[in-house]
Design a binder for this molecule. Structure first.
Ligand SMILES: [Mg+2]
Length: 228
């Protein structure tokens, strides 16, 4: 019989994993270019080009994930912009079903997100899922983005967990690479982070087509333990 302490910690990314990335895509790739063009009196094409260049410069850094950084960089209040469209924030299909399963089966669930503290608070207010999680952490408070093994070292120092047992699910390959460098072994990615985006069929990591497919993975691992 397994007990709580033997169950692996399940660490989830937020945007694109638990939450539909279509919202972030809509804000950053559709609404922000419109606002930027209006603010700076340029065409949508010029605005899109300028933002794309900024995005290229800062992708995978803490700046990239900072609402405050973007607000000052582009002179548009990006948190207010997100709040304006708050009703578009949505959970991915099967999210609550999976979290209910994990909770009722004694798994400790965590969120490790690159969303900054303000963005994280905003998304949790909209989705009301915070009560499922024992640890909720933003890379902003750690000081390193999840792409860096240092993020994981600091997280582990603050909140110890069984590195070789834990599962980490994230829709970004570079983030999974960082976790792998740190030593996490059970890494899983997401087939369709945005409900309006493409479906990924190739990855170095196992791919979840549906969030609830994770239940079968865990049950199989539990069965193997029983007979080990
Ligand atoms: Mg993500």
């Amino acid at each position: 019989m397994s007990n709580y302490s033997e169950k692996p910690t399940i660490i989830f990314d937020m945007d694109g994993t638990l939450l539909d990335l279509a919202y972030d895509d809509f804000i950053w790739n559709h609404q922000l270019p419109l606002r930027y063009a209006a603010t700076h009196g340029c065409t949508l094409e010029q605005s899109t080009q300028a933002l794309f260049q900024f995005y290229q410069e800062h992708n995978h850094t803490l700046n990239w994930y900072s609402t405050r950084f973007w607000s000052s960089k582009v002179a548009v209040d990006t948190l207010a912009l997100q709040q304006e469209f708050k009703h578009n924030v949505a959970l991915r299909a099967g999210c609550l079903e999976l979290l209910d399963y994990l909770k009722s089966n004694g798994y400790s669930c965590w969120i490790a997100t690159n969303a900054d503290c303000e963005g994280l608070k905003f998304k949790l207010e909209q989705t009301q899922i915070a009560h499922y999680f024992d640890v909720i952490i933003s890379s902003e408070s750690i000081g390193y983005a999840k792409e860096y093994p240092e993020f994981w070292q600091q997280l582990h120092a603050l909140h110890p967990f069984q590195i070789n047992q834990a599962y980490f699910i994230d829709d970004t390959e570079k983030v999974l690479n960082g976790a792998e460098k740190f030593g996490l072994q059970h890494l899983i990615t997401i087939a369709q982070p945005s409900s309006k985006g493409q479906i990924r069929s190739e990855s170095p990591y196992p791919i979840l087509n549906h969030l609830t497919d994770f239940i079968a993975i865990l049950e199989q691992a539990e069965d193997l333990k029983k007979y080990a």
